[in-house]
Design a protein around this ligand. Structure first.
Ligand code: URA
Length: 242
C-alpha cells in the first residue's frame, strides 16, 4: 500500500495533508525518513508520523450491549441505529463508515451485538449453515412448560421457514409467566419470538447473552461498547477455520 493511503486510512489526515507531512520529512518507515508519498509499506512496516507510531488497523471488532429502541442497521430514515448508539458512546475510528452490525436484533431486543468491518467474518457468522449458537434470556407472558421444551427440541415449521431444533431451559415461573434461556443455532427473522408464540406464549423481554464463543460483558450497560479482546477475536477466527 502507498504510504499516503496508509496514513490517511489511519486517520492521520486527509490524503493531501499527509502528502505534505511526508514531504516535510515528518514521517519515518522502519527508522528511515521517507519523502515519497507513493513509497510502498505493508501492515508489518514500522511507521511513525511526528514521532508517534501509526499502527495499521485493518479490522475492528466491537461488542455492543444494544439498548432497546434502536435498529440493527447502519442507517435508517426513522429510527436511531446501533451506529448512532456507538457514536454517542464516543466510538471514534478511521474505519467507522465501514462498520456494520453482524446480524440483527429486533428494535426492542437488548444485548450482545457484534459490530465489525470484517465482512468475511460477518458473512460466516450469520450464515445459517454454520450453526453459530445464540443464547437469549427471555421473559414470557404465559407459563412455559415441559411440553414446550419438547416442541423446541423437535424444531418448528412456519409458513416461511423451518426452525431447526433449539434448546429451551426454564429458569423460573410464576402465575404470570416464565423466565427462560433459549439457545438457537441459526438466526431467522424474529425466530425466538415466533418459536415462543408457537407454544401459545408471548415474549415480553428479550436479551442476547451469547453469540458463538462471545459472552456479553456484564460490565457493559445497555448503550455501552468495548473492543473485543485478542482472545475473543481469535475464538471467532477458530470457528471460521474449523
Ligand atoms: N429472535 C427474535 O425474535 N428477536 C431477536 O431480536 C433475536 C432473536
Amino acid at each position: 500500500m502507498r504510504l499516503d493511503k496508509y496514513l490517511a486510512d489511519m486517520g492521520v489526515g486527509t490524503r493531501s495533508e499527509v502528502k505534505k507531512l511526508i514531504g516535510w520529512g515528518r514521517v519515518t518507515v522502519d527508522s528511515k525518513v521517507i519523502r515519497d508519498p507513493g513509497f510502498k509499506v505493508s501492515e508489518e512496516s514500522l511507521v511513525f508520523a511526528d514521532k508517534k507510531e501509526i499502527k495499521y488497523v485493518k479490522y475492528c471488532y466491537y461488542m455492543l450491549n444494544k439498548p432497546r429502541g434502536c435498529v440493527s442497521a447502519t442507517s435508517d430514515k426513522e429510527d436511531k441505529t446501533v451506529m448512532d448508539v456507538l457514536k454517542n458512546a464516543g466510538l471514534k475510528t478511521p474505519v467507522f463508515d465501514e462498520l456494520a452490525p453482524v446480524g440483527r436484533l429486533d428494535k426492542d431486543t437488548e444485548g450482545l451485538l457484534l459490530i465489525t468491518n470484517d465482512g468475511e467474518m460477518a458473512h460466516f457468522l450469520i450464515s445459517p449453515k454454520n450453526h453459530v449458537d445464540k443464547l437469549y434470556y427471555a421473559e414470557t407472558e404465559g407459563i412455559m412448560t415441559e411440553e414446550d421444551i419438547s416442541l423446541f427440541k423437535k424444531g418448528m415449521e412456519f409458513n416461511d421457514f423451518t426452525a431447526a431444533p433449539a434448546d429451551l431451559r426454564i429458569l423460573s415461573s410464576n402465575d404470570a409467566g416464565s423466565k427462560v434461556h433459549i439457545t438457537i443455532h441459526e438466526g431467522k427473522f424474529h425466530q425466538v419470538k415466533r418459536m415462543v408464540a408457537k407454544c401459545g406464549k408471548t415474549v415480553t423481554y428479550l436479551k442476547r447473552l451469547e453469540f458463538g464463543p462471545l459472552k456479553l460483558d456484564s460490565k457493559l450497560k445497555p448503550g455501552n461498547y468495548r473492543e473485543l479482546t485478542i482472545d475473543e477475536v481469535n475464538s471467532l477466527r477458530c470457528l471460521q477455520e474449523k
